[in-house]
Design a protein. Structure first.
Length: 238
């Protein structure tokens, strides 16, 4: 089932186009990678897909709730809380899954929210399928590496049992082994039934993702040489 669909989606401001003409589909269990050069509007597009940012052109259809992973400057860890405290706080805010929604929320998310009093960290990480995550529960938000920030963002996003999870710049500040691990983690989230949309500069080889590239400038057609006017010789440049 398609969770998010766009047709001709675009955002135009007084300064021009942020992104434009985006036709994108992400289904349950699918990983979609949005790539593009700096300034191509990847972050704004992801926020729009998640319902956190407007669009001015085209159509957007989304089924079910969306959750943000790490989005720099928008959705980041609290520098004064540890990883475990982030998870406990989120679980307390979410509360138990209402009975009427339990069939719509992944079983792992329901179990994690029931287990917060026993071991919130272990339950949440296991629920996201990230038991091998490079994450220390006692590490403060201000000390997290770029990859650790991404991992925490994914774990927190999964706790609400959304239909769609978006994460921005998942390869920023990561070396090759970290990038490979990160894409593997995103694939595992998709395997649990989430629609996952992640932005990056590029996708690692072998990743099972649908790649959607935005923001490439159009290449202008080469200009034809001007013909001299009739009965007049062509001017020779000085």
């Amino acid at each position: 089932m398609n969770i998010v669909e766009t047709s001709g989606l675009g955002l135009r401001t007084r300064r021009g186009w942020v992104y434009r003409d985006v036709d994108l589909t992400a289904a349950s269990g699918e990983l979609v990678a949005v790539t593009g050069p700096p300034g191509s509007g990847r972050t704004s597009l992801l926020l729009t897909l998640a319902g956190r940012f407007p669009h001015s052109h085209g159509e957007l259809r989304r089924r079910g709730p969306a959750a943000l992973g790490q989005v720099a400057g928008v959705h980041e860890p609290d520098p004064t809380l540890t990883v475990a405290e982030h998870i406990t706080e989120r679980l307390l805010l979410l509360g138990p899954v209402p009975r009427r929604r339990r069939r719509l929320v992944p079983v792992a998310a329901v179990r994690a929210r029931r287990a917060y009093r026993r071991d919130a960290y272990a339950a949440a990480v296991a629920g996201a399928g990230l038991t091998d995550a490079p994450l220390d529960p006692d590490r403060y938000g201000r000390d997290l590496t770029p990859v650790e920030r991404q991992v925490l963002g994914l774990v927190l996003a999964s706790l609400g049992g959304p239909s769609l999870i978006v994460a921005d710049d998942v390869d920023a500040g990561a070396d090759r082994p970290e990038r490979e691990w990160m894409w593997g983690a995103l694939e595992r989230l998709a395997d649990q039934g989430y629609a996952v949309v992640a932005s990056a500069r590029a996708v690692e080889p072998g990743v099972a993702a649908t790649v959607h590239r935005i923001g490439d400038p159009a290449v202008p057609a080469p200009a034809l040489p001007a013909e001299p006017a009739p009965d007049r010789p062509a001017e020779v440049p000085a």
